[in-house]
Design a binder for this molecule. Structure first.
Ligand code: HQG
Length: 179
């Protein structure tokens, strides 16, 4: 029925936002049991085999999913709106990170800084190019520059997802450089 790409999108939805859509148990660190996932997806009319699942994880363009070593559990690397704590270690970021957005949000970002919205964290990119791609999902990308030293000095903590996205709960606008 659905292509691997469609199944990958569904997987993102279930593992980040709506595990309840197919009755999945997600643990407090975001992990879901693979056998249960295969069973529940079949129950929802979406045939997904273990091999397809591994292929989706391995081939994913942004490495959005992580399997544990024995491939019995899977989770999304970032982007959750469900209440999970991925237990990522605090990590020192490079001096400059980037956030890709669009013009219509700029006035509000000026006022409120970067807020996570429905997700657990604000997502920052290590390169301008990646930030441009993130912004371009919504229109003409506007790239904000985040100097990380002042944030570190003021006690903010950064984490990096398993697929290289920098995560921070919020960034007040005084730490942002607007174009
Ligand atoms: C904006 C994709 C108004 C923010 C990407 C963004 C990323 C504000 C939007 C990942 C605001 C939230 C996340 C404020 C922030 N007022 N707007 N105060 N603060 N915003 O999708 O960063 O393909 O939740 O600029 O590659 O766009 O799904 O975050 O435009 O890594 O794996 O509110 O999603 O990854 O949008 O994207 P999102 P994002 P995947």
């Amino acid at each position: 029925m659905s292509t691997l790409e469609q199944k990958s999108k569904l997987l993102s939805r279930w593992l980040r936002h709506r595990p309840d859509a197919i009755g999945l148990e997600i643990d407090k660190h975001g992990w879901v049991d693979v056998a249960e996932l295969l069973l529940k997806s079949a129950g929802a009319g979406i045939a997904l085999t273990q091999d397809e699942l591994v292929q989706i994880v391995v081939d994913n363009d942004k490495q959005r999913f992580s399997l544990n070593v024995d491939r019995t559990r899977i989770r999304a690397a970032q982007g959750h709106s469900v209440d999970v704590d991925l237990k990522l270690p605090v990590k020192t970021p490079p001096p400059v990170l980037f956030h890709g957005t669009v013009q219509k949000f700029i006035a509000s970002i000026h006022r409120q800084g970067l807020l996570p919205g429905t997700r657990r964290d604000v997502h920052l990119s290590a390169t301008k190019e990646t930030a441009a791609e993130v912004g371009a999902r919504r229109g003409a990308a506007v790239i904000l520059v985040v100097e990380t030293h002042p944030l570190l000095r003021d006690g903010y903590q950064f984490r990096r997802s398993e697929n290289g996205v920098w995560l921070i709960p919020s960034v007040p606008s005084k730490y942002l450089r607007f174009p």
